[in-house]
Design a protein around this ligand. Structure first.
Ligand SMILES: Cc1cc2nc3c(=O)[nH]c(=O)nc-3n(C[C@H](O)[C@H](O)[C@H](O)COP(=O)(O)O)c2cc1C
Length: 159
């Protein structure tokens, strides 16, 4: 099972989480690569395997600058993404109220409109939470990877 972790970040927290998950991937029989959203287009969603978007929020519920191009490409070059199965790690700060994890939500909404399938629950990492984000993300990843594996048609099946 292949996993591509796509990073949208301002200060690097989302990248750190993605790297933590990539290191854990072999524990679940997966290989992982971490890609920055910068310079990516909708074409990245054709990468074989599963995608995990790790995206923070800036401004008032906005996607980070390095994610803007990809986000806009999902509209400007919109096409059906029914082949896409992805996970979502949403970084934010609940003190922002209504715009809490708005950046990740924006991606989720656009991907839903294009027919992409969200696997599992969204992993919400609140900067105000007492638990460290790495531990929360790793706990989420354990169940996410299991769900992804059950959907993985590239795995060899008994004949
Ligand atoms: C200028 C600024 C604006 C922010 N706006 C929001 C927001 O609207 N909603 C939210 O949930 N978090 C917001 N945050 C919190 C960040 O998303 C959070 O700190 C996150 O962990 C940053 O991750 P990153 O280093 O990957 O960018 C904001 C942070 C800053 C510095």
């Amino acid at each position: 099972m292949q996993i591509t972790l796509l990073v949208g970040t301002v200060f690097g927290n989302a990248r750190q989480i993605a790297q933590t998950l990539a290191l854990a991937a072999p524990d679940y029989g997966a290989s992982a690569q971490v890609l920055d959203m910068q310079d990516q287009t909708i074409a990245v969603f054709d990468t074989p395997g599963f995608l995990v978007l790790c995206c923070s929020t800036t401004g008032q519920g906005d996607v980070p600058d390095n994610a803007q191009g990809l986000y806009q490409s999902l509209e400007a070059q919109a096409r059906y993404l029914g082949h896409v199965r992805y996970g979502l790690v949403a970084l934010g700060d609940s003190s922002y109220g209504d715009t809490f994890y708005g950046g990740a939500k924006a991606f989720q909404n656009r991907l839903q409109d294009l027919g992409a399938q969200l696997v599992g629950e969204v992993c919400i990492l609140d900067a105000l939470a007492a638990d460290g984000p790495d531990a929360v993300a790793l706990a989420w990843f354990a169940s996410w990877a299991e769900q992804a594996r059950s959907l993985d048609t590239s795995a060899s099946s008994p004949t």
